[in-house]
Design a protein around this ligand. Sequence first.
Ligand code: BGC
Length: 755
Amino acid sequence: MKNEKLKELLQEMTLKEKIFQLVQIPGRFFLENTEDTGTAVEDSLTPEELHLTGCTLSVYGAKDLRSIQEDCVKNHPHHIPILFMADIIHGYRTIYPMPLAQGAMFDDDLTEKLCAMAAEEMRLGGVHVTFAPMLDLVRDARWGRIMESTGEDPMLNCRLAKATVKGFRAGEDEEPGKQGVASCIKHFAAYGAAEAGRDYTNTEVSEHTLREYYLKSYKAAIDSGADMVMTSFNTLNGMPATGNRWLMKQVLRKEWGFDGVLISDWGAIGEMVNHGVCKDLREAAKLAIENGVDIDMCSLAYARNLEDLVLSGEVDEALVDESCMRVLKLKNKLGLFEDPYRGADAAAEETNILSAEHRALARRAVTESLVLLKNDGGKEKLLPLGKGEKLAFVGPYAQSRELHSMWAIAGREEDCISIRAAAEEAASEEGFAAEFAPGAGMTRREDLATDSQESAIEKVRHGSYEPALAPDAEAEKLLAEAVKAAGRADKVIVCIGEHRRMSGEGASRTDLTIPEPQMKLLESVYAVNKNIVTVVFGGRPLDLRKVCMYSKAVMFAWMPGTEGGHGILDVLTGKCDPSGALSVTMPYCVGQAPICYNHYSTGRAKPYDTEYPIFISAYIDTPTGPLFPFGYGLSYTEFAVSEVKLTTESAVRACGTLTKAEACITNKGEREGTAVVQLYIRDDVSSTIRPVKELKGYQRISLAPGETKKAVFEITEEMLAFVNANNEFAAEAGSFTVYIGLDSDTQNSAKFTLE
Ligand code: BGC
C-alpha cells in the first residue's frame, strides 16, 4: 500500500480505532474465549475491542494464527490485519544454542544463518515479529537473564546484533514484505546492569558508561534495520526506562533517528504506578505516550485511558496519530495489507520445520558453542574419547531432553536429542561401549524457589540448626547405580548442571554452584574413578571450582537446544574440534559478580606478581581474577601465536586504515582445529578513564596440523574513538597497546601511536 493510502486510512479511523492499534494482548484470548470474549482480559475487552486490537503476542502456529487473522480482518471496521509477535530467542521449533552460547561461537556468519532458519520457521508458523535480539550487555552471573544476551563485550554484541537482525530479515531485500520477520530489539536500556543481579530492579549507570558499553549494541541493531524496540523493566538513573524521556526522546528518536515502533515490555507502563512515579494507569499512559512508547504490551493503560486523555485535552491526538502511523507502516512493510496471512502455512509448517537441514545447522552451532575449559594430562588427555573405550555416562543430563532454555517457547522436549540417544547412535561407529545412569535428580525444591521468603528468614533468625534429613532411599539407590557404572568404566562422562528453570526471566540466584545432589554424584564418582570428563549445562557462568578439581576434562555446554546430544557427542568423540570461546567471564566465585574483562583501569590495579593483596584493588580472601577469562576456550590441538607486528607503528588520522596488526597462528598439534583469534586494544593515556583492554576484532581460523595462517586486523581511527572528557566521540592522539591472542588475558602485544 502506498504511504498516501496509509494516511487516508488513518484519517478515516476513529480515535478509539487508532488507540487500539497501540494495544497488545496475549493471543490466547482470541482462542480461548471466543464464546466469552467479555472476560477476555481482566479489565474485560468487549468482542468489538478484541477485533480492534493491533497486535498479539505469544501465540504461534499457522492454523491458530490464520483463524485469528481471518476473524480480525473480517470484523475490523477497516479490515486492518493484526500483527503477531512472539519471543523466538533461539529458534522456533529447531532450537539452537541459547544466545550466550551463540556469543561463544564468535561466528557472525553462522549466527546469521541460524536466525534466517528461525525466521523461515516463524514465517510458516504465522509469526511476524520476534522479540529478539536481546542486546543487554551482561556482567552479572547472578542475573537469570544473562542467558538471553550474547555476552559482556560491546563489540561482540554489536557484530552479533547485526548478524541476528540480518538473519531474521533474510530474503526481505529480494522479496519485500514476503520473507523474513521483523526484529524487536530489547530491552532499552541497560537492563543487564540490574542491581545485585536481581530482576526487575534499578540500574544506576552514568551517561559515560552507558555510551561506552551499554548503548552500542542497540544502536548497531537499529542501523542494521531492526523495526522495533522494546523498553525495559528496570529504572535507569532514577526513572523507569518506560517513562525515561532522555532514553527515548533524546537518544533513541533524536540522536539515532529511530522511527520504528517502540513497544513497552510486558505491563511495564502499568508498573510505573508500582515504581511510584505515576498515581494511576491514566498518568502512566500519559507519561508513556508522551515519551514515544507506541504500543502498550498487556497493561491496558492505553486501552482504558488514552481516549479520555485526548478528549479532555491532556494528551495531544497528534501523538496517537504518530504512534498509530508507525504501527500501520510496519504492517504495510510486512505486506499484511496485501496478504494478512503472510506465509503462514500449516502444511509446510509440518514438513519444513525441524527438517534434516535445520537440524544439521543447529548441530553445527552446538559444536561451535561448546567451550572446552580443561583437558589435562599431556599425552593422557581424556578428550577426545578413544576407540574401544568403556564409558559410563552419568548425571541427570546424560539422558535428559530438557535442553532448551526457558525462552524456547515453541520448542518441544520430545524433539531434543539427549546425550544418551546420541551416544547410542555413535557407539558402533566410534567403537565405544556405554552405560548410562542418571545418578541424581536435576534439582531439589530449594534450588528453584523457597516457598516463602519470609519463613526462610524467620527460620534462620529464630530456628536452630536442623541435622540433615534421613537419607532418601530412592536418591541413594540412584547414586549407587551410577557409582557402580562409574567404577566399571575406563572414563566417566558426568553430565550435570543447572536446570533450565534456574536461569531466564525472574531466575536470579545468589549461588552459582550446581545443585547439591549433582555435586554429590560428582564427588562419589571421583571416589571410584578419576578419569572424569564433566559436561556442564547452564544458563549462566557457574562457580566451577569443585567441578574443575574433580574432573580431568570440563566442557561447558550451555543450553544447547534440539541437537544438543548430537553436537556434544560430535565433540566428545573428536569428530569436531571444540571451538567455542567464553562470551562472558567465568568467575572464580559468586562474590566476584559483577565481573568482566573490560573494566575501567583503577588507581591500584593488582600487579601480576603481588602475593599479598592489601591496599590494592583486590580481594583478600579469593583471587581477584576469574577462573576462566572472557575469550577463553581450548581446542584438541595446540596453537601458537607469533609476536604482534604492525604495518606501521605510528600514523596520522585517516578515515581508512591507520595500521594493520598481524600475527601468525600455527597449529602445533596433530589434529585439525579452529582458533578464535582475538584483537584487543588498550588506550594507554586518555582524557577519561578507559577499559584496561577492549575487544576490537576476532576471526575464526581453521588450521590443518602444522599449518600456519596469518591473522590480519585493520585498525581504523573509529576503533580508537571513545567518549572523551568533552563528551565527544573521538580518538585522541597518543600511544595504544595492540594485543593479539587467544583470550582476553593475552599479553602478546605491540605499541602504536596516533599522531
Ligand atoms: C520479557 C520480554 C518478553 C515479553 C513478552 C517480558 O516478561 O521481559 O523479554 O519479550 O515478556 O513475552
